[in-house]
Ligand binder design. Structure first.
Ligand code: URA
Length: 214
């Protein structure tokens, strides 16, 4: 697992701004900071991809350069995943993308919720490197359910899960339930989940902060 805020960098400033309740209500800034964190994590992830060497000609000579061998497949979980995904797309600008809508629906047990998927659109996953993008890894249930639905469109070669803030419970849940190789890329790991399955200290509801209350 790669954790971005363990490094001394501007990422900590962006994280501070999405958490701070006096700053986060500026939705444009909130989205921008999520986008920036997505880009920084994409950069870190890019170090694990493969590159091929080619020769290019500059006006003054030639140079051996590195080009990405194959673009990953990007799939954000909407709504909150959209600005975070934009940050990843800024770097993998020729990547294919899929989209999935997930929300917390009612369950039979009134104190609990069930993850509902209401939109799934994706190219084939077969043999691809899949980057699943969700800013808040809380229980892990939406990521697991999303992955199960997506795998009906082919078996990825490798899965990366990218989150801005993760809970220890969510990380443990994914490790227990995902039956294929995956890597986690997170900006921060927080303390815990509260009894409403929100991350503490977290930031609140990322979808509402980015796009307004539903
Ligand atoms: N989704 C959010 O937006 N925030 C949380 O804390 C958990 C899930």
């Amino acid at each position: 697992m790669f954790v971005l805020n363990k490094t001394n960098s501007i990422a900590n400033h962006f994280l501070a701004e999405i958490r701070d309740k006096n700053i986060q209500l500026d939705s444009m800034r909130f989205r921008k900071n999520l986008e920036r964190l997505g880009s920084l994590l994409a950069y870190e992830l890019s170090k694990s991809l493969s590159y091929r060497t080619e020769t290019v000609h500059t006006p003054l000579g030639s140079a051996d350069i590195q080009l990405i061998s194959s673009q990953p497949l990007l799939i954000p979980i909407m709504r909150a995943g959209i600005p975070f995904y934009q940050g990843v797309l800024n770097y993998f600008d020729h990547a294919d993308s899929g989209f999935i809508g997930a929300y917390r629906g009612k369950s039979d047990d009134n104190n609990d919720f069930e993850i509902q998927l209401d939109y799934v659109a994706t190219p084939s996953l077969e043999g691809r490197r899949l980057i699943l993008i969700d800013p808040m890894l809380a229980t892990g249930k939406s990521i697991l359910k999303t992955l199960r639905a997506l795998r009906q469109n082919g078996e990825p070669d490798h899965v990366d899960i990218m989150c801005a803030i993760a809970s220890p419970e969510g990380i443990a849940y994914l490790r227990e339930h995902i039956d294929l190789k995956f890597d986690l890329w997170v900006a921060a790991v927080d303390e815990e989940l509260n009894n409403k399955a929100y991350i503490v200290p977290g930031l609140g509801d990322a979808g509402d902060l980015a796009f307004g209350q539903k």
